[in-house]
Design a protein around this ligand. Structure first.
Ligand SMILES: [Zn+2]
Length: 347
């Protein structure tokens, strides 16, 4: 029963994607109420319905054709046979993915959110679990707002399904909260999700946050489930943005373990980047290193197999903190940056 509502929610999202609307969902809740569990369940559901996997080359992707057929008020049917040949090897032996690929779809930090938006194929889900800094009124908004706009444009044209977790909805910069957010899911208590959509009228605040504050009132960790369900009922009846609530099922233990493994691996790989050196600073460091370490770089290039500046050489000599001698980004990131720019350079 609980999976049924989640399924409906996901199918509704897919319909919006196919209508060329952004589908950015922000999930907020007090600590420990299961934000991660919610986005894992959403993404698994989405992948189980629309995901495909190539039996030839193991490529995984999400069906890119029109899958949803609206059947009138709030009812959506899914096309019978979701099939398309493998986008990588063109193979026609295509089946369902066996499980959810966290390595592929989980983004550890902002840098990875951006990489995934640009690199993953259309219709991919992206789980920005640590969305805390993503879309907050900080660095990206000011110095890099142009890039942010590009990022959102990419999300839309590629029909991405993006989930971002954040402790408090109000922390999201109002520009992004009001203009870019398609759904806001407020986890009211453990495994209990309230779904909101913005009011598209002329209200100053499309989320009517003041009314929400009043209607929700205050509650504590000890507030009973019955009481909270009553509040949720009232919200759906009276608040213009609250359109449904449901209990979502717990993530099975073995899957949660897989998620943690993927997350920890990413945290480890990207540990140097979590300090988030700003881009200007990074450019200065690289400039300094190129000028100061040029002899070493040349030497390393000469003794390399391909006689070229490999990613390892760049990581070791160009993208290195001059004081600590620790790399400031990993060679994986350098490779991704290179690919990203390659796409933008007009030959
Ligand atoms: Zn293939």
């Amino acid at each position: 029963m609980t999976y049924e509502k989640l399924r409906k929610f996901i199918i509704y999202m897919r319909w919006m994607q196919e209508k060329d609307l952004d589908v950015l969902t922000i999930i907020s809740s007090p600590k420990g109420f299961g934000k991660s569990s919610f986005i894992i369940q959403c993404a698994r559901m989405y992948n189980s319905i629309f995901g495909l996997s190539c039996k030839g080359c193991n490529q995984e992707w999400i069906y890119t054709g029109k899958a949803i057929n609206p059947k009138g008020k709030g009812i959506f049917a899914i096309k019978d046979n979701l099939y398309e040949p493998c986008p990588k090897c063109k193979g026609t032996q295509v089946g369902k993915p066996k499980k959810f690929n966290f390595d592929l779809y989980l983004a550890y930090d902002n840098i990875e959110v951006r990489e995934k938006v640009f690199d993953l194929p259309p219709y991919s889900p992206i789980l920005a679990d640590e969305g805390v800094r993503f879309m907050m009124g900080e660095d990206w908004m000011t110095s890099e707002s142009k890039q942010m706009k590009k990022l959102f444009a990419q999300m839309r044209t590629k029909h991405m399904l993006v989930f971002a977790n954040i402790p408090r909805f109000r922390w999201v910069d109002s520009k992004y909260r009001n203009d870019m957010t398609t759904f806001w899911v407020r986890i009211m208590f453990r495994s209990f999700a309230m779904v909101l959509q913005p009011d598209l009228g002329e209200a100053k605040d499309p989320w009517h946050l003041k009314d929400l504050e009043k209607l929700m009132g205050n509650y504590q960790y000890f507030t009973s489930e019955e009481q909270l369900t009553r509040i949720a009922d009232k919200l759906v009846r009276k608040h213009p943005c609250c359109f449904d609530y449901f209990k979502f099922p717990k993530v099975p233990n073995e899957i949660y373990k897989e998620y943690l493994i993927a997350r920890n691996k990413k945290a480890f790989e990207r540990r140097d980047e979590t300090q988030q050196i700003d881009q200007k600073q990074l450019a200065k460091i690289v400039t300094y290193n190129l000028m100061q370490n040029w002899e070493q770089i040349l030497g390393a290039v000469k003794s390399s197999k391909k006689k070229s500046p490999t990613l390892k050489i760049l990581e070791q000599f160009a993208f290195v903190d001059p004081n600590s001698q620790e790399p400031v980004v990993t060679h994986m990131t350098i490779s991704n940056w290179n690919k990203e720019i390659k796409k933008l350079v007009k030959v």
